[in-house]
Design a protein around this ligand. Structure first.
Ligand SMILES: NC(=O)c1ccc[n+]([C@@H]2O[C@H](COP(=O)([O-])OP(=O)(O)OC[C@H]3O[C@@H](n4cnc5c(N)ncnc54)[C@H](O)[C@@H]3O)[C@@H](O)[C@H]2O)c1
Length: 352
């Protein structure tokens, strides 16, 4: 037995939650609903099937609901769940605006229920590897962080192609990429400059480039394109680069591969000597001499998305705070609004 869950929305993510929670100790999935009956056909045996959120919410046994419906349904469903006295895990993006989130926060407070958001990508192994290097100060003073994710063929589907449903890549992946960065870098974001485009899709954004300046001196760049092609192995996975004054680091792929890279003779080798390159002589770029570049293995980090729910259980039992806190969610949404404003005005936006 354990914490009793209901799942609202049995599409892609609803199935993921059903599969994860039915394999875990300490939790039990009592009921699932979806407004589309076709999505209910393969609900696992032993779980009650409901035709609507209202019916599911009327089951007094359900303690926690996971809201895994389209983004434009979150506000209404969080409101109903809170009024029904259910604790809530809402899928990301929790809300489509800061104003919507604030309404959710009010209704959750009025009904005295718990509220957190499924930002499980804080447990992505590639991201955690980068964070481990960052936290250990292995690269000295960090000055730049880059995170890139590219896809092929447009990569947008179903309701994700409609603005009214909360579609677009900024809401889909942008919310994860921004959340990871803001969670890792403990500093204020002073300015935001962004480009947001629809390259292939008619209605919604499918490319963005976001530059963030932090008040600790770090410049961060996030770029995502759903039609950004290269014939390189593992191109269509994530790429991280982090630069510090004692070395750099690259991490490629969701199962991270990469290295920490340093030079054996930092600064001492820069004697103004000319190196001949195809582009002509250079004193700063060109290829380094043999032995100058050395590499180190990345730290090994063991983590997976199940850790999100393991932590949720401990927090629900009162042993820890919820991992994803609503002020953090609000900050990410607020930054996404600054991104859209910068893209619209083609100017940088002061942030915090
Ligand atoms: N955390 C993650 O990594 C992650 C990954 C994918 C999607 N998501 C999020 O999960 C949510 C669902 O996305 P998806 O890709 O699973 O979409 P989906 O279209 O596959 O599934 C959504 C389901 O919700 C149902 N639905 C819509 N409104 C409903 C309502 N009012 N009541 C009951 N059911 C309703 C739809 O019929 C559909 O079956 C979105 O918020 C999305 O951003 C999160």
């Amino acid at each position: 037995m354990g914490i009793k869950f209901g799942i609202i929305g049995h599409g892609f993510m609803g199935h993921e939650h059903e599969s994860m929670l039915t394999q875990m100790d300490g939790v039990e999935v009592i009921g699932i609903c979806d407004s589309n009956p076709a999505q209910m056909e393969d609900v696992k045996e032993g779980i009650i099937r409901y035709g609507s959120a209202d019916e599911l919410l009327s089951n007094p046994d359900i303690q926690v609901v996971i809201i895994a419906a389209n983004n434009n349904q979150h506000l209404e469903l969080v409101t109903k769940a809170a009024k029904a006295g259910k604790d809530i895990i809402c899928e990301k993006p929790a809300a489509m605006s800061v104003a919507e989130l604030d309404q959710m926060v009010n209704v959750v407070a009025e009904n005295n229920v718990k509220f957190t958001v499924h930002q499980q990508r804080r447990f992505d192994p590639d991201f955690r590897t980068v964070k481990e290097v960052y936290d250990r100060h292995s690269l000295g003073e960090i000055y730049t962080v880059k995170n890139q994710l590219y896809g092929f063929n447009g990569n947008m589907h179903d309701w994700h192609v409609f603005v009214s449903e909360g579609g677009g890549m900024l809401f889909d992946w942008g919310v994860h990429l921004i959340d990871q960065l803001l969670w890792m870098i403990d500093a204020k974001v002073t300015s935001v400059f962004a480009t947001v485009k629809n390259v292939i899709n008619e209605e919604v954004d499918d490319f963005f480039n976001i530059q963030l300046l932090f008040d600790n001196g770090i410049t961060a760049e996030l770029e995502l394109g759903t039609y950004y092609l290269k014939d390189q192995p593992k191109w269509f996975e994530r790429h991280w680069f982090m630069g510090g004054d004692k070395g750099s680091m690259y991490v490629d792929g969701f199962r991270p591969e990469g290295k920490i890279v340093r030079t054996t003779g930092l600064l001492t080798n820069v004697s103004g000597k000319r190196t001949m390159t195809a582009a002509g002589p250079t004193r700063s770029f060109g290829n380094p001499r043999e032995g100058l570049i050395i590499t180190e293995e990345l730290p090994e980090v063991k983590t997976c998305h199940r850790d999100y729910f393991e932590q949720f259980i401990r927090a629900y039992e009162g042993k820890e705070d919820f991992f994803v806190k609503i002020p953090e969610v609000r900050r990410v949404l607020s930054l996404m609004e600054a991104v859209r404003e910068s893209a619209r005005t083609k100017k940088s936006v002061d942030f915090e």
